[in-house]
Design a protein around this ligand. Sequence first.
Ligand code: ME8
Length: 641
Amino acid sequence: MKNKFYITTPIYYPSDNLHIGHAYTTVIADALARYHRQIGDDTYFLTGTDEHGQKIQRRAEAAGKTPQQFVDEIVSGIRDLWDLLQISNDDFIRTTESRHEERVQRIFQRLYDQGDIYKSEYEGLYCTPCETFWLERQVVDGKCPDCGREVEKVKEESYFFKLSKYADRLLAHIEAHPEFIQPVSRKNEMINNFIKPGLEDLCVSRTTFSWGIKVPFDPKHVVYVWLDALTNYITALGYPDEPDLFNRYWPADAHLVGKEIVRFHTIIWPIILMALDLPLPKQVYGHGWLVLDGGKMSKSKGNVVDPVVLVDKYGVDAIRYYLLREVPFGADGTYSEDALILRINTDLANDLGNLLHRSLSMIEKFAGGIVPTPHNYEELDEALIQEAKTALAKVMGHMEKLETSDAVSAIFSLVGKANKYIDEAAPWALNKQGKKERLATVLYTMAEVIRITSVLLVPFLVETPERIWQQLGLSGKPTDQLLTEATQWGQFPAGTKVRKGAPIFPRIEVEKEEKTEKKTDQAAPARAEKDETKAEITIDEFAKIDLRVAQVLAAEKVEGADKLLRLTVKLGGEERQIVAGIAKYYSPAELIGKEIVVVANLKPVKLRGVLSQGMLLAASQGDKLAVLTPDRSVGDGAQVR
Ligand code: ME8
């Protein structure tokens, strides 16, 4: 029996073109959908647009267009954006489609008929940009507590939905299902800030503007835009009149949303579903924001980054990679083009691109371009084969928890191990020494680990796996088999002729950047002499340094080097080895279990022949030295900023 997997993104407001923040949610949802298809799940992936409401009506008026004309143009751009990013959604729902409008009317009618919706008068505050009602006690200095903008006074006849009637049931559900609201911090926020202080009945219709779905029994009212929008997750599946898809996929396995709309998805939405006697979604995941220079990117602030421009400049996989990898899911992350370029140059060009390119060059040079038949695997090869298995297990474990960043990081840890394997197996030396059988085994192992890597990359990158496959000379596609089958070792057909092409990720040269850095370097000594501080840097330069918390799993002295300790640390999804010159100050035992701070994106180096993948931070003065540790546990992988 196949499992099913139904995943959704928020339906976005077509009030303006979308930015990189929207692309972030959609690319993550896409990777999860692709992953579930790759493991054989019956997968359904929905996205769409939330087109009604006062905000859109006002935007259209300002643009001198009808609301329908206005949204049609923007929605067409949104569809183009998803095509550009190769989003694999199964459906795209627009709330202005009649299939949706009619179903919303049926739902509204039913809630009214059963007494869950009643007529009264609303007097209160409203934030139009957020399309949210607020109580006096909730606003902060007359401003919306979510977005900080002015709220408006509203007084109008309205229909109300009995949220209060279901509050206890909702609380019981949230408490009985700890996985329902993720991450856990958001669950506590919902309970303590919203549910426990008491849920007021929700105003679910408006009369002071017309751009919305008409209340079927009272057409001077339009349905409140959030009630209209939230139901998209079931109307798109045909609820209530065409139940086939609905029965197959509901309840949703994951609603992916930004943290600012968790409240709508974990309070209003479940209560609508309870009132309709329907099962609740299994999980609502509220991810963090991509921020720019400390502030949230937002259309109204005008500080947005256009994903179309970035894809044109760097390519679809570079952007997808950055979005999936850069920010641990759940946390906020700062977007910067420098960080994007750094990711492209280090991970994609240096690590992955180079692994492929150097391997194919060696297969050409030492084996006439034909992948040889392997002989006996030795310990070194077995260790890499084991790493490939570990990477698969980690990817699967992280994807179950929606941790795309950790999953991608586990794949790149395998890439790193494969590069290290080549350094250690040294095919060039084997060739020189005429060790033909050993050379054949090593070259085969290189080709096979790259094949497996390309299969692991399938959910995340949309062009690269196939391009790698082509250069390896393989027939078929990396998507032809299920993940667990395709990653079994030893399927690379020996005798295959490789087809080395151009590097899959050329390095991005940033002349201007390098010049600025040089200037800074030259200026540094003069200043440093005067006040022993270094030259000023910009926040972007600082942001290039990926400082992370790591946990020390093991520590030992490095033989023949009395100053050095070799630490094995856990960092997000991977284990790393870090060599540090602290043996004079710390015994290995003192360090085990500690959380330390490391520079995670430092180019690996060998110290006394031992590989160091990063550097730990320590403060020193005179003859004192102290390793930096967070003053309370935050878990390995946490960003230090
Ligand atoms: O809220 N960082 O639509 P919306 C990360 N129509 N994600 C971001 C982001 C950022 N800086 N900016 C936007 C709506 N997002 C409603 C939803 S659902 C029934 C109705 C993403 O166009 C994130 O997923 O304002 C956020 O929740 C969503 O876009 C908001 O999109």
